[in-house]
Design a protein around this ligand. Structure first.
Ligand code: ADP
Ligand code: TYD
Length: 210
């Protein structure tokens, strides 16, 4: 199979520090000689970035949960084809800021139970899981305050409010509990440096185990 690369995703509620920590882990791994592709969802390829605008901007009621499942999955398929699989085939490390667990939680749980639809579409269209998922766990009120501190038009999910953040946190923790071999749950409280030390320890342990 050649060198299969390493596929890492970051997950967590809005404002938990995923983007910050994904970037820092990418820098750390590059310093130790790895070739790293740092990417994000929704997006990560030109076509998927176009879909990103459709799902993140506008009225919170713009799309039903079912339509969103299709849009996020379409974006993910393009991201996989154009960015993730080619990099893994070159033996590189891919770090993505969100992946399929976000759809499982945001579309699968927050507006009624659509878990089965999400899971069936995932196995049909995506069929791939990260080698490691770093879940940055964080108090929802603190996460929302951090996320709201950012300005810009991509506020559709933040606008759904604190109750959704609480549901989302519980959803991510439940996924992690079901698959401890894939997930590392990291405490997101404290300074950026403190969280980065925790993330790095988890990721390096996983790299060493390969
Ligand atoms: P996410 O990608 O999970 O939404 P970000 O990494 O974008 O989170 O962080 C959200 C905001 O909080 C940003 O303004 C970022 O600078 C800030 N931030 C990130 N990590 C910390 C931290 N450990 N302590 C305080 N602020 C942080
Ligand atoms: P992101 O840009 O990661 O926002 P943040 O930095 O605030 O966490 O993601 C934007 C929003 O998209 C986020 O609120 C979660 C949502 N989302 C889904 O609902 N389903 C998905 O499959 C993905 C990838 C994201």
């Amino acid at each position: 199979m050649g060198n299969p690369g390493l596929f890492i995703s970051f997950e967590g509620i809005d404002g938990s520090g995923k983007s910050t920590q994904a970037r820092r882990l990418a820098e750390r791994l590059r310093q130790s000689g790895h070739t790293v592709v740092l990417t994000r969802e929704p997006g990560g390829s030109p076509g998927a970035e176009e879909i990103r605008r459709l799902v993140l901007e506008g009225d919170p009621d713009r799309w039903s949960a079912e339509t969103e499942i299709l849009l996020f999955t379409a974006a993910r398929r393009d991201h996989l084809e154009k960015t993730i699989r080619p990099a893994l085939a070159r033996g590189e490390v891919v770090i993505t800021d969100r992946f399929a667990d976000s759809t499982r939680v945001y579309q699968g749980l927050t507006r009624g139970d659509l878990t089965e639809m999400v899971d069936r579409l995932h196995s049909l269209i995506i069929g791939q899981e990260p080698d490691l998922t770093v879940l940055i766990d964080m108090d929802p009120a603190q996460g929302l305050a951090r996320a709201k501190g950012r300005s810009g038009p991509e506020q559709r999910f933040e606008d759904m409010g604190l109750a959704v953040q609480e549901q989302t946190r519980a959803g991510f923790l439940a996924l992690a509990a079901r698959d401890p071999a894939r997930f590392a749950v990291i405490d997101g409280s404290g300074s950026e440096d403190e969280v980065a030390v925790r993330v790095e320890a988890a990721a390096l342990a996983r790299l060493a185990a390969r």
